[in-house]
Write a protein of this length. Structure first.
Length: 182
């Protein structure tokens, strides 16, 4: 597994290692070729601060990885994935902060209590038909999760690795592990 570090919390590699993944961390400026040179089974796009729109180098890298390896992005990594898939980003009026954000998992119909800390979101209407919105914030209906089955890419806006915090979303790491195994 290659984890691209855009400001990653170290609890993320710990979660990936607990699933049996060997994790190689590369800087956020790594190119697709540099990531693929590690011959990973999958690529993790980390969280990080700020507005994703100016990070053209990261978006270009992700575009170069799409369809080649399974990809899982969280928070900033999710937003960058959305941009790489052709979506648009907008600034939230107040942002989502705290460890009590309710998110609907559209696949299961279950509500997950999530930890969030971000000020931007993916515009649902900008996503192509091939991109599924998998999770929705129940407070404001913003996009909280996306999936491209054909490209093997998933992303969530929140922090499934949160500690201490709600653990409703830890299953996402297991889902990504299943993607790696085919």
């Amino acid at each position: 597994m290659v984890a691209i570090d855009y400001g990653m919390k170290w609890n993320i590699p710990r979660h990936l290692r607990q699933l049996g993944c060997r994790v190689t961390v590369v800087p956020g400026t790594a190119t697709a070729e540099e990531v693929l040179s590690h011959e990973p089974d999958g690529v993790f796009l980390s969280n990080g601060p700020g507005d994703p729109r100016p990070l053209d180098y990261a978006i270009e890298t992700i575009r170069g990885l799409l369809g080649q390896k399974p990809i899982f992005g969280i928070c900033l990594g999710h937003q960058l994935l959305g941009l790489a898939l052709g979506g648009d980003i907008y600034k939230l009026k107040f942002g989502h902060r705290g460890a009590n954000q309710p998110v609907l998992n559209r696949d299961t119909g279950r509500v997950e209590i999530t930890t969030q800390n971000h000020g931007f979101a993916i515009e649902a209407e900008s996503l192509g038909e091939e991109i599924e919105v998998t999770h929705v914030n129940l407070n404001d209906q913003t996009v909280e999760g996306i999936r491209s089955r054909s490209l093997g890419a998933i992303g969530v806006q929140y922090h499934p690795e949160a500690s201490a915090g709600p653990h409703d979303s830890h299953y996402l790491f297991g889902d990504f592990r299943k993607m790696l195994l085919g």
